[in-house]
Design a protein around this ligand. Sequence first.
Ligand code: DHB
Length: 391
Amino acid sequence: LKTKVGIIGGGPAGLMLSHLLSKSGIENIVIEMRDHETISNTHRAGILEAQAVSMLTDSGVEGRVLTHGDEHAGIDLRFNGESHPLDFRELVDATVTLYAQNEVFVDLAAARARDNGDVRFNCEVTEILDVETSTPKFRFTDAEGTLFEVHADVIVGADGSRSFARRQMPDSVKQDFKVTYPFAWFGILTEAPKSSPELIYANSPHGFALISQRSETVQRMYFQCDPNENVDDWSEDRIWSELNQRVAGPDGFELKTGPIFDKTVLGFRSFVRQPLSHGRMFLIGDAGHTVPPTGAKGLNLAFADVKVLFEALDSFFSTGSGKLLGGYSDLALKRVWKAQNFSYWMTSMLHTPVDADPFMAQRALGELETVTSSRYGQQYLAESYTGWPHS
Ligand code: DHB
């Protein structure tokens, strides 16, 4: 097979890049290991920056983000049992949209199918070759075990946090940065009405909780847990009392409960690979960097990578100049490190490790008080949460 851009990974980042390239007449192919149904049912975060929404709507992904997404103009930071609402529209004149990441995938996959994009699910990339030359290649097998070889001008690794593409970079050129956390998130989906108009991020002596939403009748909630927690040990009653004690306060706030139909433990880490490119191979999204979920920057950051890389590829294929491609890694990494800082900051301010040093736990409350009692503090959080301007 011969193409211009060979994209390894058909999650939201790989599909968005493929969609933009095709719209510019740049031939590409997407190879994805999982099947469509598995990705559609993988529940991830649900907050889209306005810029991420624009990338979908301006490029003609006829998704349901505008009709089914919910615009949110703020969040509630809850600590010491008290609510502290932040109004993003008033603070920084921006909003975000709550629209689940698996729905973004469904919409993008539908747009690629509609436009006859070459997207192959259930295919495993086994080898990546010659990325240091101008004729890189990779090999993959389809579900029947048939072997294919793809000859491309450029290869893109969009294959997620356990990226195969990333592992092909030689030790001599790469540097990895990481943080591990002594906790994870227990995520649930429940059939219940909304408990509050805005998302609640709660710091409590029992640990963090996030009260999010999916629709009028389905809600998404998370609570900080041990990374080795077994979801089968958690009955519905136990989950509700754990969540409720983390949002409880003198105002008597209680969650609206209902049947729980999905339970998962989500791992936590911060990771950056530098550089985000090697020869003719470029990494986007989780393949190049992972953030902890607090603040929901993962997909937004992946789309920001896509924008920078798309513009560089567009320039490369129309002018023959590799100047923008050569600058991709440095430019993308600027935003990556801003998002790494924000995600780490939100995580450390809102979570309480099980064996927390009492000083550190009180210090985090001091930080929350500083942020919420100052307009500058609120604006700092609001600007980061709603997303810095794309470069
Ligand atoms: C959701 C997840 C997040 O990590 C977050 O910060 C906000 C919302 C969600 O799944 O709805």
